[in-house]
Design a binder for this molecule. Structure first.
Ligand code: AMP
Ligand code: MG
Length: 459
């Protein structure tokens, strides 16, 4: 489930230009009073040939945004619309970020370097175009944890503190500022399609579909390319929804502008991991109805895909789009099972048995209040905990699990740790407090190391 890290030389390929002038607006980065390097992701920098940059050059590119060689000459604030909490908003777009560069990774994929907090754009509305340092630290933690749990996520590539004082309603203010760079498999969102549909620009829609198929999915476009793309997106995004569940992750803001056409998870704001398998657990304080609660994420994501289908109607009849959409529930359910088995480190014993196993696991976690991370640690490789500590529900799970032994999967020393590596809100706040109060970054760096070690243990 994890995407392999494959080193590559630097291979610039700014393909975005092929989409023409209406995909985004040329913008400039803000001039920041300071650029202090706080995090560079050399693991992933190596996949795009940028790990050998000296820190001063890193800051020139990812703090002051001097173009990379033979790459985009100017950053582009990408245009998009979106449904926010089911309300259509045509006013959004890259309001505090831009596409900075495009380059190939070791697998040949075209990846984007995009920013968050790099200054105002034509889409900033009343916002300041900035990112808080706490927001940047939280995005590092989310992406590292999700990657280690096998979720297809954008990577936090760089975090640079920028020396400004920001005012925010949801942080003690003034608060410190930062600019983040993410490495991601495209920044084409469902909202990108929505904007083009709203403008009735079928020529650009066709071009965007072709871009997604040929460049992002490496597929030859068929005569029904819109439906072909929707099928691919449904497959990837159903798996993404399943991966959130098995990770115990609540994204918090599953708006259509936060869903990438490649199915890669991105844009982390008020996210949380849930300790328990609690469908009602909600991440964002402003999500008053629990629209994006833990147990409603699949439904929210499926609804978003429906909006993609609506947009694609501009160039495609309804029946083939509906056919693609209708595959979502089955794909999602199978992906939950596949990912559950992956996290337990065990193989399939047939669809029916696998489903029984997962249902028994959910029942045990819910009814016996076993923390999710603890549960997966206890049962890694099909092992179980001493019988006397098993409740009735967990014993039922364990008896199914007995058919699934795979001790090799529990060989890494991580699996013998007393406690699993988690990412619950209390610890996230503690990591931030050390930075805010003592400028002590050691807890953050220590946590990144611990999370990466867990990622290695997952293999
Ligand atoms: P998000 O909730 O982060 O996906 O953002 C939704 C929209 O608000 C996007 O258009 C963002 O670019 C914009 N936005 C969020 N924060 C700011 C900010 N501080 N300044 C300008 N625009 C922002
Ligand atoms: Mg967003």
């Amino acid at each position: 489930m994890q995407i392999k890290i494959l080193p590559s030389p630097y291979r610039p390929d700014p393909k975005i230009a092929s989409l023409g002038a209406k995909i985004g607006d040329a913008v400039k980065a803000a001039h920041f009073p300071l650029t202090i390097l706080r995090f560079r992701n050399d693991r992933w920098a190596g996949t795009v040939g940028l790990d050998n940059l000296k820190d001063e050059d890193w800051l020139r590119h990812f703090g002051r945004f001097e173009p990379l060689p033979d790459n985009m000459s100017q950053p582009l604030a990408l245009r998009y619309h979106g449904h926010q909490f089911r309300v259509y908003n045509p006013e959004i777009g890259d309001g505090r970020g831009f596409l900075f560069a495009q380059l190939r990774d070791g697998l040949g994929r075209l990846l984007d370097l995009g920013t968050k907090g790099s200054g105002t754009t034509p889409y900033s509305r009343s916002g300041d175009g900035r990112l808080t340092l706490k927001g940047g630290v939280r995005e590092i933690l989310a992406t590292e944890m999700l990657e280690a749990l096998g979720v297809n996520t954008s990577k936090t590539f760089s975090l640079v503190e920028t020396g400004e004082q920001l005012m925010r309603g949801d942080e003690p203010s003034p608060t410190r500022s930062a600019v983040l760079v993410r490495l991601s498999h495209s920044h084409i969102r469902i909202g990108t399609f929505q904007r083009i549909a709203a403008e009735g620009d079928s020529e650009l829609m066709e071009r965007l579909i072709e871009y997604c198929l040929t460049i992002l999915y490496n597929e030859e476009p068929s005569s029904t390319s819109a439906a072909q793309l929707l099928h691919l997106a449904v497959e990837r995004v159903a798996d993404l929804a399943a991966s959130y569940m098995v990770a115990g992750f609540v994204h918090g803001v599953l708006n259509t502008d936060n869903i990438n056409i490649t199915g890669e998870s991105f844009d982390y704001g008020p996210w949380r991991f849930t300790e328990f398998w609690d469908p009602r657990f909600t991440a964002a304080y402003f999500d008053e109805t629990g629209l994006y609660a833990f147990g409603r994420q699949a439904e929210a994501i499926h609804w978003n895909l429906g909006q993609l289908a609506v947009s694609l109607r501009l160039v495609c009849e309804a029946p083939p789009l509906i056919e693609a959409l209708e595959r979502f529930p089955t794909l999602y359910q199978q992906a939950v099972i596949d990912r559950f088995l992956w996290r337990l480190g065990i193989g399939s014993q047939g669809k029916t048995r696998d489903r029984e196993l997962v249902e028994a696991a959910e029942r045990a976690m819910v009814l016996e209040q076993i923390p999710i991370d603890r549960f997966f640690q206890d049962h890694r490789g099909g092992r179980t905990v001493p019988a006397e500590s098993l409740g009735e529900r967990r014993a039922a799970f364990a008896s199914i699990l007995a058919d699934y032994r795979n001790p090799d999967a529990a060989q890494h020393r991580y699996w013998d740790d007393d406690a699993p590596c988690s990412m619950l809100i209390g610890e996230v706040e503690d990591i931030w407090r050390a930075i805010a109060e003592q400028d002590d970054w050691s807890a953050l760096y220590g946590k990144i190391d611990a999370v990466r070690r867990m990622g290695q243990a997952h293999g």
